[in-house]
Design a protein around this ligand. Structure first.
Ligand SMILES: [Cu+2]
Length: 450
């Protein structure tokens, strides 16, 4: 409880500088737009985190770079393609990423596999009344490109394969990872109403899912704390509504909190009997933060009972337009998530610090540092003992084909772990894992001119 009050205080403190600097948001947006973009015809522009509708203020995070209704800082660098379909008034956008990697997990429980982590998203946007209507469709081919029973990942747990709990593997994502409609409409001076409905989508719970986080853009593997923080990003049935009040957003969702089953190509409807609420703030173009609380009914296929989940997160994105690091950006996320299992009254915590530095356009260094409580490492042990695991990943990649339209990078990362010594027999004293990968995604047309 004390931690949640602390998180709320952090959010309020972050919001305070905003009060002093909001009067010229349109001007500051114009100043931050590099010259190249001003000269670019609109139908060739990348969205680049800019709100296409300039009636929305420059501080407001763009719905084009989020998952669900989550907020990432407005200054985020957006790798996407965009086309305006005038005179019909539609704007169509596409983004996504394909990793091809060799993934070698260390220790007795580790294995080495060639695999592909991937997703693609289409968006269509149109004015509707005074508001903006946005359709989103996200797909993943991971059910075809992941090894069986999933992507090898030491200490990873969550979801099932052939009726067994997945351990030391990350499950592939669903073919339909998001099918959603989002509507945001101004209803007063600095007040907007939002509605989000999705047969497949993300409720107002958690930070923006790691797959879409700028700080995780070069990391193919899921965080070990995924199922303590942002795993509800694929929920089969979500309705969210809320208000944006000046730089705050308060929203609530009802949704189906059951995790996806093994039929990765299906949409598994069930009653919307879970709920969540989230308070977010965007104090400037560079910062966002959120605190959220949710009650999930029957989330896990093999474990009875409900869960309460709390998460708090802060995200920072800074662009380097000049100097040594010019044509780059730095994105960092700090995330805490706690799952309380109601049936046996115990808590699992996950802490994550993730950071990616992109400099001189083509180069990236990144890291993810995590502490996560894991109680499913031994599915046959009815006591479900819980262990605190640390995972520390460091890596880098470089765009070897920095084409204007798309970018192909070659990269690698290395992961070290900390764990109780009672796990040495199962995992080895000092397992080390690594990956070598190719990454393909759309280019950034204006911010990283080649
Ligand atoms: Cu996921």
């Amino acid at each position: 409880m004390r931690l949640s009050i602390f998180c709320l205080m952090v959010i309020c403190v972050l919001a305070m500088p905003a009060a002093a600097q909001d009067t010229h948001t349109h001007d500051s947006a114009t100043q931050q737009v590099p010259d190249q973009q001003k000269q670019t015809p609109p139908d060739q522009m990348s969205m680049s985190g800019m709100n296409m509708d300039m009636s929305e203020p420059a501080w407001m995070p763009s719905a084009h770079v989020s998952s669900g209704t989550g907020w990432q800082p407005a200054s985020i660098v957006d790798h996407s393609w965009m086309k305006s379909m005038s005179p019909a008034g539609w704007a169509v956008m596409a983004h996504g990423v394909v990793f091809l990697d060799y993934n070698r997990q260390g220790g007795p429980r580790g294995e080495g596999k060639a695999e592909s982590v991937n997703w693609a998203m289409l968006m269509e946007q149109h004015k509707l009344g005074r508001g903006t209507l946005l359709f989103r469709e996200m797909f993943s081919a991971e059910s075809l490109t992941s090894p069986h029973p999933g992507f090898p990942e030491l200490f990873q747990t969550g979801e099932t394969y052939h009726g067994q709990a997945l351990v030391d593997h990350q499950h592939p994502h669903n073919v339909f990872s998001e099918l959603a409609v989002d509507y945001t409409r101004p209803v007063g001076d600095k007040v907007w109403w939002l509605f989000y409905g999705a047969p497949v989508g993300e409720p107002a719970l958690g930070p923006v899912a790691y797959v879409h986080r700028a700080s995780a853009s070069e990391l193919p593997l899921a965080p070990l704390s995924h199922h303590l923080q942002d795993s509800t990003h694929i929920s089969f049935g979500v309705v969210t509504t809320g208000l944006i009040l000046y730089r705050f957003k308060i929203e609530g969702s009802v949704f189906n909190g059951r995790e996806p089953n093994e039929k990765r190509y299906s949409i598994q409807f069930a009653p919307l009997d879970s709920w969540s609420t989230r308070l977010s703030v965007a104090p400037s173009r560079n910062w966002t933060a959120q605190y959220s609380y949710g009650r999930l009914e029957h989330p896990e296929a093999l474990e009875p009972g409900s869960q309460r989940r709390q998460t708090a997160s802060v995200e920072y994105v800074h662009r380097f337009d000049k100097g040594m690091l010019a044509n780059g950006s730095w994105a960092t996320s700090l995330v805490w998530g706690r799952v309380h299992k109601v049936l046996d009254d115990h808590n699992l915590n996950g802490y994550l610090l993730e950071s990616t530095l992109n400099f001189r356009s083509k180069n990236y260094v990144f890291s993810r540092l995590e502490l996560a409580d894991k109680d499913e490492l031994f599915p046959n042990n009815p006591l479900n003992p819980s262990y605190r695991i640390g995972a520390y990943t460091f890596g880098g990649d470089r765009d070897v084909i920095p084409n204007r339209l798309w970018r192909l990078a070659l990269g690698a990362d290395l992961t070290f772990y900390s764990k109780p010594s009672s796990l040495n027999a199962a995992y080895g004293t000092n397992p080390v894992s690594f990956q070598i990968f190719l990454r393909v995604r759309p280019g950034v047309s204006h911010h990283h001119p080649d």
